[in-house]
Design a protein around this ligand. Structure first.
Ligand SMILES: Nc1ncnc2c1ncn2[C@@H]1O[C@H](COP(=O)(O)OP(=O)(O)OP(=O)(O)O)[C@@H](O)[C@H]1O
Ligand SMILES: [Mg+2]
Length: 264
């Protein structure tokens, strides 16, 4: 039996007594692409942040390739959080791409991509540079390697951010609405890069509002609502015959928005 690349088990998250995630179970197999859809405030970003423990879950556990992530078994039988240094080491196994790119502004594109391999993995400058060049080429930015983020378009910045995530050779990449801060004409170039990664069987969890993109790229579509997973289906099944009434209502809403935007 194949071990899931990611297993989120019974994840809950509470902020000041307010429950935002109410028991999320999700397994992602190696090479699988899962797109998460859902209304604003349903807990999608919070869930991603619980996966890599940027914001640890209130309860539940994360397993990467069958190993407990961000925690270790305690002598008493439960699990306790890993000390910060060990957590930082483990975090290298998960890449994250944010809506707002989060590049280092005082570093060029290539320096942004080299930083992780150099500093965190201790790679020689020459090797890190050559890795970064290969990755920037792969995302179509060989002409922009020495540009600072402020001199790059949003789409270009996001592609640098993807190259930066890839440079750490993560087992899993999380995307939190990677295109929603972009002008519409720049969305396609970023989606094309993610699509290429999907073709190469990169394991990814992608929170997106782009339903058409999710349909094309995802092996499974998951719909979240009010801190729960309400549907987990193949793209086709999700659109053509969703099991839940909640999914049908969500689809009606996004489809009418989609029709409006394509008609413009
Ligand atoms: N740090 C925080 N402190 C308190 N409440 C929070 C915090 N982060 C998120 N929340 C709350 O958790 C809920 C879920 O937020 P989250 O950002 O995960 O939603 P989302 O599905 O990603 O929404 P969107 O589509 O708008 O990005 C919201 O009600 C939000 O106000
Ligand atoms: Mg969000």
């Amino acid at each position: 039996m194949t071990i899931p690349a990611l297993h989120a088990e019974a994840i809950t998250k509470t902020f000041d007594g307010h429950q935002v995630l109410s028991g999320i179970d999700l397994k992602v197999m190696p090479g699988e692409v899962v797109c998460i859809l859902g209304p604003s405030g349903s807990g999608k970003s919070t869930f991603l942040r619980c996966i890599n423990r940027l914001s640890p879950a209130t309860s539940g556990h994360i397993y990467l390739s069958g190993e407990l992530f961000g925690e270790r078994e305690s002598a008493g039988g439960g699990a306790v959080p890993l000390e910060h240094r060990r957590l930082q080491e483990q975090r290298q196994r998960i890449g994250m791409v944010f809506q707002s790119f989060n590049l280092w502004p005082h570093r060029t594109a290539i320096e942004n991509v080299m930083e992780g391999p150099r500093v965190v993995k201790g790679m020689k400058a020459r090797d890190a540079r050559s890795l970064a060049e290969t990755l920037l080429e792969r995302v179509g930015l060989s002409e922009r390697m020495k540009y600072y983020p402020t001199h790059l378009s949003g789409g270009q910045q996001q592609r640098v951010a993807i190259a930066r995530a890839l440079a750490m050779q993560p087992e899993l990449i999380l995307f939190d609405e990677p295109t929603s801060a972009l002008d519409p004409e720049l969305v396609g170039e970023v989606l094309a890069v993610i699509q290429e990664l999907a073709r190469e069987h990169t394991t990814m969890v992608i929170v997106t509002h782009e339903i058409g993109f999710a349909m094309e790229v995802a092996d499974r579509i998951v719909l979240m609502d009010k801190g729960q997973i309400v549907e987990d289906a193949s793209p086709r099944q999700f659109v053509e015959r969703p099991r839940e009434e909640r999914s049908r209502r969500f689809l009606e809403k996004v489809m009418s928005r989609h029709a409006l935007s394509t008609a413009q």
